[in-house]
Design a protein around this ligand. Structure first.
Ligand SMILES: [Zn+2]
Length: 377
């Protein structure tokens, strides 16, 4: 991972590079930032920079033997401690048993979140955790001499996933590490880290990304219409992962938008035959799609209420795409303090009923009938 491949975060990159130049590399550092801000790729770019045999003033070379190994995460002086759990294939869960999946997942998307990681290693509904055995494992590895680099680096991804016992064992080695050993911990939730660990590390705060940074990174990566990229960057709220998901879902939300506007129009003119057709179409979708539609509707209703009570609200406050806000300029006038709770509750209730396996046709039929009354209030 080169610094130039990490989106934005220019100030943090400069600070990290300066620690190397000034020979002030702290042996325990905690990269703390929200999901999708890039804490993990930054930490790995930093480790690669330290190890690069031919680094420049602002990045690793990308071509030396060390960089080549880093690109595949197979450098012998780079170690990982990750949250894992037992799976049908692995009964005794330790990071080393999942390294292949880890390399693949990170290389595919260096901004991956815990959910994506758990899915990649086949944890269905389970959470990963950092096994207490990782500490003896890492002590063993660190007692070997460095192979090829000046530093040995241990990346601890999500230190909030360790319990007291694990933390205490690791703490000893973090406090008195073998020389030239670095612990880079990466958290998305520093409030959940045990204070003993938290207080021993130097904190590197990673802010969420700027909208403009996401926009230009998306533009480089995708061949989409500019307006879709602009919308995704705006709605992502500084989270690269969310921006990627939004672009994937562009087609899907367009469909929800059309269903939603059709429903509201039919309700407004009380076109009962039209509503019956609408209900018929909705009932043919799968339950997951029905739920996604209801979530979508709820979001648009809320944003429209904000627009209604404060028509001057800037684009910053309203998280909507261009076509959604074009529609909402007029529609927001109908979502007011008299009906917002009723309408929102209709969407919520319908969602609960769908989750509870109620008949979709009945749920949407009842909802549409009540919305037709509420919308006129
Ligand atoms: Zn290099």
């Amino acid at each position: 991972m080169l610094f130039k491949d990490v989106i934005g975060q220019e100030e943090t990159k400069k600070k990290l590079i300066k620690t190397v130049k000034d020979n002030r590399v702290s042996h325990a550092q905690l990269f703390s930032g929200p999901e999708g801000a890039g804490s993990l790729p930054l930490a790995i770019a930093y480790a690669q920079y330290l190890s690069c045999g031919n680094r420049s003033g602002d990045d690793s070379c990308g071509t030396c033997p060390s960089c080549n190994k880093y690109a595949k995460l197979i450098h012998p002086d780079l170690h990982f401690i990750l949250p894992v759990a037992s799976t049908p294939k692995v009964k005794d869960p330790l990071t080393d048993k999942f390294l292949e999946e880890w390399r693949k997942s990170f290389i595919e998307n260096p901004y991956l979140n815990p959910a994506a990681w758990y899915k990649a290693i086949g944890l269905e509904n389970k959470q990963g955790f950092i096994n207490v055995k990782e500490s003896s494992e890492i002590i063993r590895k660190l007692s070997l001499k460095t192979y090829e680099s000046e530093f040995k680096v241990v990346i601890i991804w999500l230190p909030e996933k360790m319990n007291d016992q694990t933390a205490n064992k690791l703490l000893k080695i973090i406090e008195e590490p073998p020389s030239k050993t670095l612990f880079l911990m990466i958290t998305e939730n520093s409030g959940n880290i045990l204070p003993t660990i938290y207080s021993r590390a130097q904190m590197i705060k990673i802010p969420k990304l700027e909208e403009a940074e996401i926009f230009s990174a998306l533009k480089q990566k995708y061949d989409f219409e500019k307006v879709e990229i602009k919308d995704a960057a705006h709605l992502a709220d500084g989270n690269w992962l969310k921006a990627l998901n939004l672009l994937e879902k562009t087609g899907e939300s367009r469909l929800h938008f059309e269903k939603f506007t059709a429903l509201m129009r039919l309700c407004w003119v009380r076109d009962m035959l039209g509503l019956l057709n609408w209900v018929e179409e909705m009932s043919r979708l799968g339950r997951e799609s029905q739920k996604l539609f209801l979530d979508y509707g709820l979001r648009i209703i809320r944003e429209n209420f904000i627009m209604n009570i404060n028509p001057e609200t800037s684009g910053e406050m309203i998280r909507m795409t261009r076509y959604e806000s074009d529609f909402s300029v007029k529609f927001s006038k109908f979502i007011n303090k008299n009906n917002i709770f009723g309408i929102a509750s209709e969407f919520n209730q319908a969602c609960l009923h769908i989750e509870a396996n109620a008949n979709g046709k009945i749920v949407f039929h009842d909802m549409a009938n009540r919305l037709a009354k509420l919308i006129k209030q």
